[in-house]
Design a protein around this ligand. Structure first.
Ligand code: UGA
Length: 430
């Protein structure tokens, strides 16, 4: 099939490359000329495991190309995937500007298409958006949804860092459809994928995405709340999580307690669902608590540091790990941002290190010292805070701690290094 993907971000590009791998002819569309040029040269513009290799392969085989010309890409496509961002505004509403603009561009291309094609919303949008916002714009092409063209909502469950693998091996594929024909066409696109397919309505598919992210975020805030109790009791929340997770109804996944969830999805999507519930006169009691617990959790490490140093003025503190999770340079809503802010507000001198995210953090916190490795960050400090569990931090040794003024590591993420117990403490474990 001829597939065009609008937007070459963390969703669009892995999806495009993955579909090309499965034999489809893919055109990736982006407004950014530099990105388009890079892709056509087989270079990967984003940091994603396995993607540079696959992109190089499918571009050189002629199965994937990139363009800035939406009109032609849409005209030639059996299926058009809309995979542009839906960021959050100050009040927690999702910003639909990109998806509206992309829909307008797609409508222009649809005018020139002879015959049926299916437009698929992959971007995360609140229930009703495809029907009330996207379809009316697409119908400006003069064509009627469900008759002249098909429309589906096909949410994505990709994690940053493992997006390609998640795309190629999904737990499930959710197809929300306006008309049966479009659902069938999309099911055909996924025929080489080994995953159960759920066919449903547009609004249901839209809500499945928000409810999926919200339950995962709820598991994390829940285990962090249990973890805060564990800390008081002097017991290990990971033992508790292991025991609870052995129940197949609960599962152990997403019960890793720590410094809270960050990233471009959980904080944004839970907030957007809260806002949407309020608009629909449903009180979001659980989800509001999920956010409240998470906000407090992010700076708990600083509170724990103050138990060792009640006055942080001029104390030297190493912050290890700046990205919101290992395997990415993304710092959006990373716990490291408020942690560094609190340390600065309290007069501490911060030295920070991350294998990938230093340049991004410099935009947020230009006035702290950055080091080229974790050893240099720890040298001559009063304490070190581990905020992201990059595997390399497991190599921190007793020798490294000896270079500190006082050997003290506070862990915001569970580490597996071999250090003396009296020199380390976990955020929700002893
Ligand atoms: C998340 C979802 O996992 C994806 O299914 C979804 O498609 C994606 O959002 C999205 O909506 O686009 P992502 O934000 O990339 O993916 O990252 P996760 O691996 O889910 O981690 C999110 C945050 O939760 C990280 O800060 C991580 O450290 C934290 N986390 C995760 C925990 O604190 N504990 C856990 O047990 C798991």
């Amino acid at each position: 099939m001829n597939i065009s993907v609008i937007g070459t971000g963390y969703v669009g590009l892995p999806a495009g490359a993955g579909l090309a791998k499965h034999g489809h002819q893919v055109t990736c569309v982006d407004i950014d000329e530099d990105k388009v040029e890079k892709i056509n040269n087989g270079e990967c513009p984003i940091f994603e495991k396995g993607l540079p290799e696959l992109l190089d392969e499918v571009v050189s085989e002629g199965k994937l190309e990139a363009t800035t010309d939406t009109k032609t890409a849409v005209k030639n496509a059996d299926i058009v995937l809309l995979a542009v961002g839906t960021p959050m505004d100050e009040e927690g509403n999702i910003n639909l500007d990109y998806i509206k603009q992309a829909s307008e561009d797609v409508a222009e291309g649809m005018k020139e298409r002879n015959g049926y094609q299916t437009i698929v919303v992959k971007s995360t949008v609140v229930p009703g958006t495809t029907e009330n916002e996207v379809i009316p714009i697409l119908e400006q092409s003069g064509k009627k949804a469900g008759e002249d063209f098909g429309i589906c909502m096909n949410p994505e469950f990709l994690r940053e860092g493992t997006a390609l693998n998640d795309f190629l091996e999904p737990d499930r594929i959710v197809i929300g459809e306006l008309d049966e024909k479009s659902g069938e066409q999309l099911e055909k696109m996924y025929s080489n994928f080994n995953a159960p397919i759920m066919r449903t309505g547009l609004k249901e598919a839209e809500l499945i995405k928000y409810a999926s992210n919200s339950i995962l975020a709820t598991k994390i805030s829940f285990i962090n709340e249990v973890g805060n109790l564990c800390k008081e009791l002097g017991i290990d929340v990971y033992e508790v999580a292991d025991g609870v997770g052995m129940d197949h109804r609960v599962k152990r996944d997403f019960l890793d307690s720590g410094a809270g969830f960050g990233g471009s999805c959980f904080p944004k999507d839970v907030r957007a669902l809260i806002k949407f519930m309020e608009e629909n006169k449903v009180e979001p009691r659980i989800l509001q608590s999920v956010i409240d617990v998470n906000v407090d959790q992010k700076t708990k490490l600083v509170e724990q540091l103050e138990q060792h140093y009640p006055d942080l003025t001029d104390k030297k503190v190493a912050v290890l790990g700046l990205s919101f999770k290992p395997g990415t340079d993304d710092i959006r809503k990373s716990p490291a941002i408020p942690i560094i802010q609190e340390l600065k507000d309290k007069g501490a001198k911060v030295k920070a290190y991350d294998p990938k995210a230093i340049e991004n953090m410099k935009q947020k916190h230009p006035d702290i010292q950055y080091t080229s490795n974790y050893k240099k960050a720890l040298e001559n400090t009063d304490a070190g805070l581990i905020v992201t569990d990059w595997p390399e931090f497991n190599s921190i040794s007793r020798k490294d701690l000896k270079t500190m003024k006082r050997p003290l590591l506070l862990e915001g993420r569970r580490m597996e290094y071999d250090l003396d117990e009296e020199d380390t403490a976990g955020i929700t474990w002893p």
